[in-house]
Every structure is written in structure tokens, then in C-alpha cells.
Design a protein around this ligand. Structure first.
Ligand code: GUN
Length: 283
């Protein structure tokens, strides 16, 4: 059965829009997300456009800062520093990956935990690891919402995450662990990958390799979540070979229309929560 990310996402955004309305009535302003993009990578441009459109959909304010590749890093850093001080800005997001030559850690470290709507900073990752999350990284957070929509009890399930990035794989593994799954994280150096994936009740694939997960790597009845968005010959495909895997899976996310829209919904949710927390802490 398909997990319709677009549908779950629509329901989530209706709730967020209501939250934005309540926030505006209470505090006399709208939550605001600032997005910074460096360079001309088409995939990043598309993601950022969808983030801005997402803000409009829930009546949130967005600010977009576009810097051409080659911009002096300190100019970008100074923009972040200004946004940090701006009381009307609730969330700051630097679209990743940055072009070669930029120091990702240096720029991300300028964003305080209170405005870290990506959930990337050390304290947000640390709190997640401790099982007491504050802001959760948007993609893994969205995946958890999609898993919840299946109605399947996650406790005790074998969950396998393929990919160990700081943005998806690692926080994903921690969320599944917090949900009482038995979690295995696989990556490019993993041996006997198929033996491990064949044992998975839940498979989350986030490696950025088109159609990597084949039918013979999947157990009958597994739940398969495809985080990949790859452009091949002009169309989008995931990290899962959908035609091979779909007949075996009990639930599977399509690409597009699966994890992607959910990621943006959780970003909007995180921005609303950051705005509420900032207002409540200001009083
Ligand atoms: N690039 C790909 N996914 C993400 C994300 O969730 N946040 C940011 N900032 N950049 C990304």
C-alpha cells in the first residue's frame, strides 16, 4: 500500500495554518522563516522554492537570501548574524549542501538553538540522543509521521536505516530507537548489506543512489521509506527500485509525493514551535 506523503502533509499543514492563526492573534505578528541559499544547484533551488511556497500555504512569513557561488563567506556569516539578532525572525535555515570551499560547520554554528529549525545543532541532536528531543530534523521527523500514519506499532520491530548522514541517517536511527525499534544503521562500508536488509521490518533508505534498493533485498511485508530524490533522464526517482520493491512491501512511499512534502511540513511545524517558544521565553 502506498503511504501518501502528500495527503499526510496536507493534513499537517492545515493544523499548522491554524496554529499560525492562533499565534498571530496572540502575539500580533506572524512566525518568520529565513532561508539562505548559496550557489545555483538546481535541486537546492527547487527545495528552497518549495520551502517558501510552504510558508505561503500556512500564512507564515519567509525571507529568502540568495548568494551566488563565490560570495565571501563572511558576507553570508554577517547575514546570519543579523538574522540571529532580528526579533521578528524565528527560524534560520542554510540550505545544504553548500558549494565547495564554504565551511558548513562555521556557518551552521552561528545559528542559535532557539532558531535552529533544521534541528542540526549539537544541543538539538544531543537532546534527541537523550530521548528528550526539542527540535527534530525535518526529514526524519516527517518519516516518523509517515510511519505513524500506517497505524503499525513500531515497538520491537527491526528497523534498518541505510545512510548515516547528520541530516537524515543519524537522527532517523535515534528516532526509531526512541520508538523502541531495534535499529541497525548501514552505510557504504557495511558488509553483507542484503543479509541485513532482508531482516528489516522497516527500511529507511537515504543514500542518494537512484534505485539502489532492489526487490531481493527486501523481506515480504516490510515497510519501505524512500528518502532519495534523484534526477535521472529528466525525471525524479528515489533510492528504492519502486517497481521491484512495491509488490513485496506492506507500505511504501512514492517519489515524488512521499517523504519530500512531509519534510517541508515538519520545517513549518518546527518554525511555528520555535516562534511560540521564543514568545513564551520573552515574557
Ligand atoms: N538539504 C537537503 N535536506 C536538507 C534539510 O533538511 N535542511 C537543509 N538545511 N538542507 C537540506
Amino acid at each position: 500500500m502506498l503511504i501518501l506523503g502528500k495527503e499526510v502533509s496536507r493534513e499537517t499543514r492545515i493544523e499548522i495554518k491554524q496554529g499560525v492563526e492562533d499565534f498571530s492573534k496572540k502575539y500580533g505578528r506572524v512566525p518568520c522563516l529565513a532561508v539562505i541559499i548559496v550557489g545555483e544547484d538546481p535541486a537546492s533551488q527547487t527545495y528552497v522554492r518549495n520551502k517558501v511556497l510552504g510558508c505561503e500555504e500556512v500564512s507564515m512569513k519567509s525571507l529568502k537570501y540568495e548568494f551566488p557561488n563565490g560570495t565571501n563567506q563572511e558576507d553570508i556569516a554577517n547575514t546570519i548574524r543579523t538574522l540571529v539578532k532580528d526579533d521578528n525572525v524565528d527560524g534560520i535555515l542554510v540550505q545544504l549542501p553548500l558549494p565547495k570551499g564554504y565551511d558548513e560547520k562555521y556557518l551552521l554554528d552561528l545559528i542559535p538553538e532557539t532558531k535552529d529549525v533544521d534541528g542540526f545543532c549539537a544541543s538539538n541532536i544531543g537532546l534527541l540522543a537523550l530521548g528528550t528531543p526539542r527540535t527534530i530534523s525535518c526529514t526524519p521527523f516527517g518519516v516518523m509521521r509517515l510511519l505513524k500514519s500506517t497505524g503499525v506499532d513500531l515497538a520491537g520491530k527491526n528497523a534498518v536505516v541505510i545512510g548515516r548522514s547528520n541530516t537524515v541517517g543519524k537522527p532517523m536511527a535515534m528516532l526509531l530507537l526512541n520508538a523502541n525499534c531495534t535499529v541497525t544503521v548501514c552505510h557504504s562500508k557495511t558488509q553483507n548489506l542484503k543479509e541485513i536488509t532482508k531482516n528489516a521490518d522497516i527500511l529507511v533508505v537515504a543514500i542518494g543512489r537512484p534505485k539502489f534498493l532492489k526487490g531481493d533485498m527486501v523481506k515480504d511485508g516490510a515497510i519501505v521509506i524512500d528518502v532519495g530524490i534523484n534526477r535521472v533522464d529528466g525525471h525524479l526517482c528515489g533510492d528504492v527500485d519502486f517497481d521491484e520493491v512495491e509488490p513485496k512491501a506492506s507500505f511504501i512511499t512514492p517519489v515524488p509525493g512521499g517523504v519530500g512534502p512531509m519534510t517541508i511540513s515538519m520545517l513549518l511545524y518546527n518554525t511555528l514551535m520555535a516562534a511560540i517558544a521564543r514568545e513564551e521565553n520573552a515574557r
